[in-house]
Design a protein around this ligand. Structure first.
Ligand code: COA
Length: 158
């Protein structure tokens, strides 16, 4: 497993994953291309010997203090082996590097696997948005993680 920065050349593979993981609410190719190119965040891919098997993105505007996990998804046949956690941790490292103190995300109420992953990394539910995901009519759970401030030596205590 190699995590590396996503490039425009990964767009086809990312869109294939996006459409298969989120069949009713996939992002458009145009929106995804803009996300990958944005200087205000970072997209990573999980590259297995040249095959993109996962991707994830974080938005973290330097100086804003907040970050958002935008998306994270893996090909079905590689799930459940720790890759999702590794990807999430890499995105959180990126948020820290951009000096975020709080990280937010939205997860579908009918996605217990993702909720468990986020909770096990310290995210807590702070709100619900009823019927947020349409046309499926599923609530969004909003979760938050507070990132520790770097110490005086510049290191982060974990
Ligand atoms: C959600 C997703 C990214 C998690 O990645 P993953 O590689 O499958 O998960 P990991 O193997 O890293 O496991 C992390 C934790 O997730 C939970 N989890 C993973 N697979 C699970 C399963 N089949 N049942 C219940 N919980 C599960 C567990 O809490 C696990 O921690 P543990 O191994 O210590 O028990 C991945 O399953 C996926 O791509 N799902 C489809 C897209 C999606 O739902 N994305 C999230 C949108 S918010």
């Amino acid at each position: 497993m190699t995590l590396r920065a996503a490039t425009r050349g990964d767009l086809d593979a990312i869109m294939a994953l996006e459409e298969s993981a989120f069949p009713t609410d996939a992002w458009s190719r145009t929106a995804m291309a803009a996300e990958i190119a944005s200087p205000h965040g970072r997209y990573l891919v999980d590259d297995e010997s040249g095959r993109v098997v996962g991707y994830g993105g974080v938005r973290a505007v330097v100086g804003a203090g907040d970050a958002d996990i935008q998306t994270i998804a893996l090909e079905a046949d590689v799930r459940g082996a720790g890759r999702g956690r590794a990807l999430l941790r890499a995105l959180l490292d990126e948020a820290r590097a951009r000096r975020a103190q709080q990280v937010f995300l939205e997860v579908r109420a009918d996605n217990p696997v993702a909720q468990r992953l986020y909770a096990s990394e310290g995210f807590v539910e702070i709100a619900r948005r009823p019927r947020y995901y349409q046309p499926d009519d599923v609530d969004a759970i909003i979760m938050q993680l507070n990132l520790p401030e770097p110490g005086a030596d510049g290191k982060v205590d974990r």
